[in-house]
Design a protein around this ligand. Structure first.
Ligand code: SF4
Length: 339
């Protein structure tokens, strides 16, 4: 009897918004459209987005992922990933006569522009982010002589600046909002004249997913975040969930990675996914949970998302040209039929 009560109380709280953000959606569609438009192979520098499943699916369709531009045969087409690239990468691509499609998320480009502007005004730029992350490498590359990386609150004591009256902080787009504010507070203590970026660098998608999982986590015994280990925003979601009261939290790429032992004594399971994760992977996790008695799913949605971005301009230009040519052919065809 006790068991039956426990079973009937089992439930899943599903966070929304979760999964694909506008920047990831755009980058993945850019690779798919490029494959349709120009044919395989299409080269992609770095993982287009940090998700195993997405990368493997695009590989099957003819995309070839490389780490560096020099691995791309001269004259081929290369797509730059959503995380952005340093200007030197554009130069390397031009030298190898590569046709480039830049799928950098517009919200990353915004941070690049801020870096360029503050560097021009000769500010020291304190870039809060994770050492070695592709986005941070790209943003730093816009102004290498002006940017110092600050990797979390513990790193603040190591920061040196040239002029304390000309210091600004910027950040990676996919950080934990709360931890970043801790870092900013510590920086402000050291540099009282520190100025803030003109608008949020942590993007809307990262912020919304964190707000939603906090609400879910407060009521969850276990939180499962679907996402890859190299996905910054996905890793942050596990940390945020634990910080917000979830008793346990794990990151998995697929349902098959869930360990049955995690469910011991668990009544409520919170589920969400990172910004680079297609919902089919979440559906797999929900099915896996349903098979184990967690079939009752309640959506927790603190806000709606409506953001969309248009495709990279190089691709839009070629798709337009093709549409115009097709319209021309169709018109000629009709003419021919009438004669
Ligand atoms: S997580 Fe944010 S910055 Fe990154 S691609 Fe998505 S919208 Fe752009």
């Amino acid at each position: 009897m006790g068991d039956m009560t426990a079973t009937s109380a089992r439930r899943v709280l599903l966070a929304a918004p979760r999964g694909y953000c506008a920047g990831v959606d755009r980058a993945v569609i850019a690779v798919e459209k490029a494959l349709e438009q120009y044919g395989a192979p299409i080269y992609v520098r770095k993982e287009i987005v940090h998700n195993k499943y997405v990368v493997q699916t695009l590989e099957k369709k003819g995309a070839i992922f490389v780490d560096e531009t020099e691995e791309v045969p001269e004259g081929s087409i290369v797509i730059f990933s959503a995380h952005g690239v340093a200007p030197v990468v554009h130069e390397e691509a031009a030298q190898r006569q590569l046709a480039t499609i830049d799928a950098t998320c517009p919200l990353v480009t915004k941070v690049h522009k801020e870096a360029v502007r503050f560097a021009k005004e000769d500010y020291d730029i304190l870039l809060i982010g994770h050492e070695g992350h592709e986005e941070v490498i790209g943003t730093s590359g816009e102004a290498p002589d002006h940017v110092t990386l600050v990797d979390g609150p513990g790193d603040v004591k190591n920061v040196e600046v040239r002029d304390e009256s000309k210091v600004v902080w910027l950040s990676q787009t996919t950080l934990s909002v709360d931890e970043t504010m801790e870092t900013v507070d510590a920086l402000q203590d050291r540099f009282p004249q520190l100025i803030s970026p003109p608008s949020d660098d942590i993007c809307y998608a990262t912020q919304n997913r964190q707000i939603a999982i906090k609400q879910v986590a407060a009521e969850s015994d276990l939180v499962i975040v679907v996402g890859s280990k190299n996905s910054s925003n996905s890793v942050r979601l596990v940390e945020v969930a634990i910080g917000a009261g979830a008793k346990d939290g794990h990151l998995v790429d697929y349902a098959s990675e869930i360990d049955e032992a995690w469910l011991e004594g668990v009544t409520t399971v919170g589920v969400t996914s990172g910004a680079s994760v297609p919902d089919v992977l979440v559906e797999g996790v929900l099915e896996w949970l349903a098979e184990r008695g967690y079939g009752d799913v309640e959506v927790v949605q603190p806000m709606q998302e409506t953001m969309t971005f248009s495709l990279p301009k190089e691709l839009r230009r070629d798709l337009r040209a093709e549409a115009a040519a097709a319209a021309g052919t169709a018109a000629t065809g009709t003419d021919g039929a009438e004669r």
